[in-house]
Design a protein around this ligand. Structure first.
Ligand code: EPU
Length: 417
């Protein structure tokens, strides 16, 4: 039986907890190692299932990846294989991040089309259109994207929508292209800026990271580099909500508060007391949260990756809240499970209407995707009685030892094999 978490709810969390490095920055950073024969060293690599999957993918492409003492050392002396197999891509969509680097360095890539996942259809058409703009010949054959180019050429690319991994893929490809590339409508997420910082350290010339317009002057080759991955703003936000939902007093450290600005201001609106320091946030939970409306949008808007967790907090609010999910069409998988714990939430398409209840009751629930799993753990921490969250492997993809971190804050949470 896959691992599960048993939680005895109702303990106000207290103490201090450190945020790990961001999964969604570590994955593109590993993919960037494909752009150079020299080592790329990530000094604070998070120990996550998704990071292990990306390491495995690099190994199948000819690289070596060593994770030792919190340091991840990736090296791809030569690309020996250009195939990202369906077995890996279907377990982790971010595998598609090898597409741009493979074409740029090796001249060809065969990457399985990811297909849909629990939270939506998630096409990669923008990645492919952008690569074609850079001069790659892109076809789809038997479920695989086949891309080829002798040398990519800089171009002006305007994506039809804001895509995080799409921007990252194109930025990596353009870094080794001939001439200048401009990406308009680029994603502004901190993870995109973190990748740009790593690439620039490797010798790339990327300007405008963190804005919607990226300018990339291509270079002939890139070198190795050492890089410290940015803090995980979503893990940080999840831990802050854990403090709030248990009416605790928790200081979350080693984060970048600016990366969480929209989440922090929403939590204040909900009545959560926050003391924001330069790299920490102290949170004290209210007796009862206030109702509020939340709409997800690309950075710096409210992140879709925090939607489930904040909805769980709003489920206990005094009054009616409305959550609108604009990024993914099916990201309400947590709603039916929260209902098993007593939440009153009705969904209609992209809108969830939440009528707050005074308390959740512990119940057996099932995780469906990463952030939904985190939401169920939060509900369990607040609930009366025992909650058992099964299929914890979803959680392990993106949270480093979450139960250990929560346990150190006083939560009664146990992992059962
Ligand atoms: N989209 C397209 N065509 C494309 C690309 C995207 O239609 O070519 C659509 C998607 O279907 C979605 C929207 O555009 O509706 C935004 O998707 P985006 O490409 O930005 O998402 P992503 O890059 O696949 C990353 C994170 C997700 C996070 C989203 C949104 C990584 C590895 N993943 O995904 O993280 O939710 O951005 O911020 O960076 C998670 O960590 O739990 C997670 C799902």
């Amino acid at each position: 039986m896959p691992a599960r978490l048993e939680i005895e709810g109702g303990v106000p969390l207290r103490g201090s907890v450190r945020v790990s490095a961001a999964k969604n920055a570590a994955l593109p950073a590993l993919a960037a190692a494909l752009l150079t024969p020299e080592p790329v060293v990530l000094t604070n690599a998070p120990a996550l299932a998704d990071v292990r999957t990306m390491a495995k993918l690099l190994e199948t492409l000819g690289g070596t990846v060593v994770h030792e003492g919190g340091e991840l050392r990736a090296r791809v002396p030569r690309v020996t294989n250009d195939l990202a197999p369906y077995e890996l891509v279907s377990t982790m969509r971010a595998s598609v991040l090898v597409l741009g680097p493979l074409v740029a360095r090796h001249g060809s890539a065969r990457v399985a089309l990811p297909g849909g996942c629990a939270i939506g259809v998630r096409p990669i058409d923008q990645h492919l259109k952008g690569l074609a703009r850079l001069g790659a010949e892109v076809t789809i054959e038997n479920g695989y994207v086949i891309a080829r180019a002798s040398r990519l050429k800089g171009a002006r690319i305007a994506t039809d929508l804001v895509t995080v991994t799409g921007t990252e893929n194109l930025m990596m490809a353009a870094a080794l292209a001939e001439g200048t590339t401009v990406i308009e409508n680029a994603a502004c997420e901190p993870e995109v800026s973190d990748l740009a910082a790593l690439l620039n350290r490797m010798g790339a010339r990327i300007h405008g990271a963190g804005t919607a317009r990226l300018e990339i002057q291509g270079v002939a080759e890139l070198a190795g580099a050492t890089h410290r991955i940015v803090a995980d703003r979503i893990e940080a936000g999840t831990l802050i909500v854990a403090g709030a939902i248990t009416r605790g007093d928790v200081t979350v450290t080693d984060l970048v508060p600016d990366h969480l600005a929209s989440v922090l201001s929403k939590l204040e609106e909900i009545g959560v007391a926050l003391e924001v320091g330069p790299t920490s946030v102290r949170v004290r939970g209210p007796e009862r949260p206030r109702a509020a409306d939340v709409t997800t949008s690309p950075f710096p808007g409210f992140p879709t990756d925090m939607q489930a967790q904040v909805m769980t907090l709003l489920g206990l609010a005094d009054g009616q809240s409305r959550v609108t999910e604009t990024i993914f069409e099916n990201r309400f998988m947590h709603v039916a499970e929260l209902a098993r714990m007593g939440a009153r939430i009705a969904t209609d398409g992209s809108i969830a209407v939440i009528r707050g209840v005074p308390a959740y009751q512990g119940a057996p629930v099932m995780a469906s995707d990463l952030r939904a799993s985190a939401a169920l753990v939060l509900a369990g921490l607040a609930a009366h009685g025992q909650t058992v969250v099964s299929r914890v492997y979803h959680l392990d993809r993106g949270y480093e030892r979450l139960e250990a971190k929560l346990g150190a804050l006083g939560a009664r949470i146990t992992r059962r094999p």
